[in-house]
Design a binder for this molecule. Structure first.
Ligand code: GNR
Ligand code: NI
Length: 174
């Protein structure tokens, strides 16, 4: 099994594809399970604690998360919906689509998310701490939203210019 998973390319800000709103997954079948496996492998390899399908240019409502230290608690969320949030907390966030940028973002501290798992069964998840932040960050991706959207336009523009410059320098090295 391990031999056949593949690593997927991750879109980088300010790629306009990151702004697309993902469509619901209609049928949870082998295609979706295989996509989730490839996304998990890509996330662990990066390394990251979450990955939304939007980031690999697949505009379907599918996210994978693993906030465990040992990378042994993979979560697959299909059609996730934030049904409740409360409180407030600040955390330093990063994003695989915005490498090397880390900013403190204020979000609700406790969330309840409903989703469907890779077997097609609905489940509900109550979360706080890093998992709550990651769930909100990933659901934002499915709606075309990035953590830099919570920053001032001035800060966001500085980050955008930095990313464009870094991409250009990588190209020049070819
Ligand atoms: O790997 C990631 N770390 C992280 C840290 C704090 C808040 C959110 C995240 S998610 C990020 C991976 C990613 O970009 N997921 O979309
Ligand atoms: Ni992200």
């Amino acid at each position: 099994m391990e031999f056949f998973v593949s690593l997927l390319d991750i879109l980088l800000f300010p790629d306009p594809q990151l702004r697309k709103v993902a469509a619901p997954v209609n049928t949870v079948d082998g295609r979706v399970a295989a996509l989730a496996d490839d996304m998990l492998e890509t996330m662990y390899n990066a390394p990251g604690i979450g990955l939304a399908a939007t980031q690999i240019n697949v505009h379907e409502r599918l996210v994978v998360i693993d906030v465990s230290e040992e990378n042994d608690q993979p979560l697959v969320l299909i059609n996730p919906v934030l049904v409740h949030s409360e409180g407030e907390a600040e955390m330093q966030e990063g994003c695989l689509s915005i490498p090397e940028i880390y900013e403190t973002i204020k979000r609700p501290s406790h969330v309840t998310v409903e989703a469907v798992d890779r077997e097609g069964s609905p489940f509900k998840l109550d979360a706080d701490g890093l998992l709550a932040v990651c769930l909100q960050h990933e659901i934002d991706h499915l709606d075309g939203k990035l953590f830099v959207d919570y920053l001032s336009p001035l800060k966001r523009n500085r980050i955008r210019k930095k990313m464009i410059k870094a991409a250009r320098e990588l190209e020049d090295n070819d």
